[in-house]
Design a protein around this ligand. Structure first.
Ligand SMILES: [Zn+2]
Length: 257
């Protein structure tokens, strides 16, 4: 009798394991594409990106990676440049790693007579770039692309101070949960997200997320954007900490205007 009971229990235990195991694998298949490598800022964080997928190897071996610490700079004639940002509607997306604000075409920067169209703005807490080794509580990236596919990033580091009015208008509209882009029913001008003085540092770097692609023109504004600690904490509350640590300069020149 005892043996029978034991056998009965074993059968049910095995059946239960099969059932639970079956549910698990079907969930995994629904949630993520097995072909798509996954990264984050935790278990699959910056120190591991290079080993997650062969196409991300440059995250570890690249010699012109971003972000960097900006300390020693060369003063040069950077040439003609201009911000040509205008007002537009936007779509906001929480992709579980950052908040993106996708803008309509119509905003651009001109660097040495080459036009880069503003595609989207996104946020990092804390800052990715540092000034003389000092980390700021946040950083905003303005992502631009030229018609021939060249990428230029403008970065504005964030300093704690008074409430930022431009950020205040959009903060409550940002999606707190990850999902598809949503229409935001207000006009905004990315120019309002920039500090007043537009002097900047310029260097050649990379994307700060996988695939860490190099050949990106970086324009890091010297003056920081002021936001209140409540606003910075609001962004951090949605995104968590999402920064890549600074990368070696490897002999690159940082110029300033
Ligand atoms: Zn970024």
């Amino acid at each position: 009798m005892f043996i029978l009971k034991k056998a009965f229990f074993t059968i049910w235990a095995v059946l239960a394991m099969i059932l639970v195991g079956g549910c698990d694998s079907s969930d995994t298949q629904q949630d993520s594409d097995p072909e798509e490598p996954v990264w984050d800022y935790a278990d699959k964080g910056p120190a591991r990106w290079a080993n997650i997928a062969s196409e991300w190897a440059i995250c570890g071996s690249g010699m012109r990676q971003s972000p960097i610490d900006i300390s020693v700079t060369t003063e040069v004639d950077i040439g003609a440049w201009a911000f040509k940002y205008g007002s537009s509607k936007m779509r906001a997306q929480n992709d579980s790693k950052t908040i993106h604000l996708f803008v309509d075409t119509g905003s651009s920067i001109a660097v040495n007579e080459k036009t880069f169209i503003l595609k989207e703005i996104h946020f990092h807490t804390t800052s990715e770039h540092t000034f003389n080794g000092v980390v700021s509580p946040g950083e905003i990236h303005f992502v631009h692309e030229s018609s021939d596919g060249e990428v230029a990033y403008v970065a504005a580091l964030v300093q704690v101070g008074n409430e930022n009015k431009a950020i205040a208008t959009i903060l409550s509209e940002l999606p707190a949960e990850p999902g598809d882009p949503i229409e935001v029913d207000l006009f905004f001008n990315a120019f309002d997200f920039l500090p007043e003085s537009k002097t900047f540092y310029r260097y050649d770097g990379s994307l700060t997320t996988p695939a860490c692609t190099e050949g990106v023109t970086w324009i890091v504004l010297q003056n920081q954007l002021i936001m209140s600690s409540t606003q910075i904490n609001g962004l951090r509350g949605i995104m968590g900490l999402n920064f890549r640590p600074v990368q070696p300069l490897n002999g690159r020149t940082i110029s300033q205007n």
